[in-house]
Design a protein around this ligand. Structure first.
Ligand SMILES: NC(=O)c1ccc[n+]([C@@H]2O[C@H](COP(=O)([O-])OP(=O)(O)OC[C@H]3O[C@@H](n4cnc5c(N)ncnc54)[C@H](OP(=O)(O)O)[C@@H]3O)[C@@H](O)[C@H]2O)c1
Length: 338
């Protein structure tokens, strides 16, 4: 099979395609022919030296994939050849408390990921693809889709009457917009682009605020809610956006802390945090049980993941460049087979 590996994280030229032996499924494992993979900011962050965890060179990158099972190992009962599956972002977090293996299992950072033609892994590390999605659409679910789901679904699930703030037009934010709209919530979106603002409104955002033109965008968001604030902030900006998020959030609302896209880190004012009256929840994508819930919600609602562009396997470098450009809206996908 062919597989890409990052020989180092110095620059994109260290991403090399090579011929390797086909993996064989061991007892309890399935062999997946990978059809499509999607990129997340974390895949770029490793390359930019911005990933906050350990990154081991030499591994196959990317955490999110969809494919077809082509063989099963001894003792596999949950799946058979021909089943269409997606990988779970955390291959050994099935529910409940996060396992201590979470960092060591991290695809592309400490274990081999999915930018390859074949992958053998535990039957517990995949779930069935929602019916009605293409491989290109389904491969967007494991990280971006599930993170947005976790941000909105618990512990107080977002429902009709709530207002959700999403930041920018990347993978997590677009899923959050779609999932919030699917339950009848109102969505306010920030973006740095006037053209993207029109697209976000076409996708159901009630209002947009340009965070590049208005550094006090948190105040503007609050004004759009009649001064009450938003019930949930899907916080992907991190250190540079948290102060404005605290201005935008309602008393009793929640900041779902997800990302670290902003490069500045001015620090957090304790009293602003305290007086916001909001809770702060740290999100680490989600567990397998939540991924199954998301798949059911996608099927029930008819949600279609928004794909920015699909690249050929041979053009994987261009997919990374597209992500780095920030010009995308939604998910960047690489088609591998089919
Ligand atoms: N904790 C977790 O479980 C988890 C899971 C998934 C992702 N993440 C993190 O969440 C973040 C988003 O990931 P992603 O894959 O969705 O990213 P992405 O697709 O690369 O999102 C990029 C978009 O975000 C917007 N953006 C960039 N800088 C911004 C800023 N300072 N303020 C507001 N918006 C900004 C821009 O939108 P416009 O062009 O519209 O301005 C940009 O196009 C990343 O930091 C990622 O590592 C964390």
């Amino acid at each position: 099979m062919r597989a890409y590996r990052f020989d180092s994280f110095d620059d994109l030229s260290a991403l090399r395609l090579r011929e390797e032996a086909d993996p064989r499924p061991q007892r309890g494992e399935v062999l997946v022919r990978v059809h499509a993979v999607s990129l997340n900011y974390r895949d770029l962050a490793m390359l930019l030296g911005r990933y906050p965890r350990k990154c081991v060179p030499g591994l196959i990158p990317l955490s999110d994939a969809a494919g077809e099972i082509v063989a099963v190992g001894e003792g596999v009962t949950a799946f058979q050849a021909g089943d269409r599956v997606i990988g779970a972002f955390h291959p050994r977090w099935f529910g409940g408390e996060m396992p201590s293996t979470i960092a060591a299992d991290s695809y592309g950072a400490e274990s081999d990921g999915w930018l390859c033609e074949l992958k053998a892994l535990s039957q517990e590390a995949v779930v069935r693809m929602p019916d009605g999605l293409s491989y290109e659409e389904a491969c967007a679910l494991p990280c971006a889709g599930l993170t947005a789901w976790t941000a909105l679904a618990g512990p107080t699930p977002i429902r009709a009457g709530h207002t959700v703030l999403v930041q920018g037009s990347g993978g997590v934010s677009i899923f959050a917009l779609q999932l919030a709209r699917a339950v009848g919530a109102t969505v306010i979106a920030t973006t740095s682009s006037a053209a993207k603002a029109d697209q976000l409104k076409a996708m159901g955002a009630a209002a947009t605020v340009n965070y590049a033109e208005d550094p006090q965008w948190g105040k503007a968001v609050r004004a759009l809610t009649g001064g009450r604030g938003v019930d949930r902030v899907v916080e992907v900006g991190g250190p540079g956006t948290i102060a404005q998020s605290l201005r935008a959030v309602a008393l009793g609302g929640e900041i779902a802390s997800i990302g670290f896209l902003s490069t500045d880190n001015p620090g957090i004012d304790f009293f602003q945090l305290k007086m916001s009256g909001a809770s702060f929840r740290n999100i680490t994508v989600g567990d397998r049980a939540a991924l199954l819930d998301l798949c059911r919600a996608v099927t029930a609602s008819g949600l279609k993941p928004v794909i920015d562009r699909v690249f050929a396997f041979e053009d994987a470098h261009d997919a990374f460049r597209r992500l780095e450009s920030g010009a995308h809206l939604g998910k960047i996908v690489i088609r591998i087979a089919g």
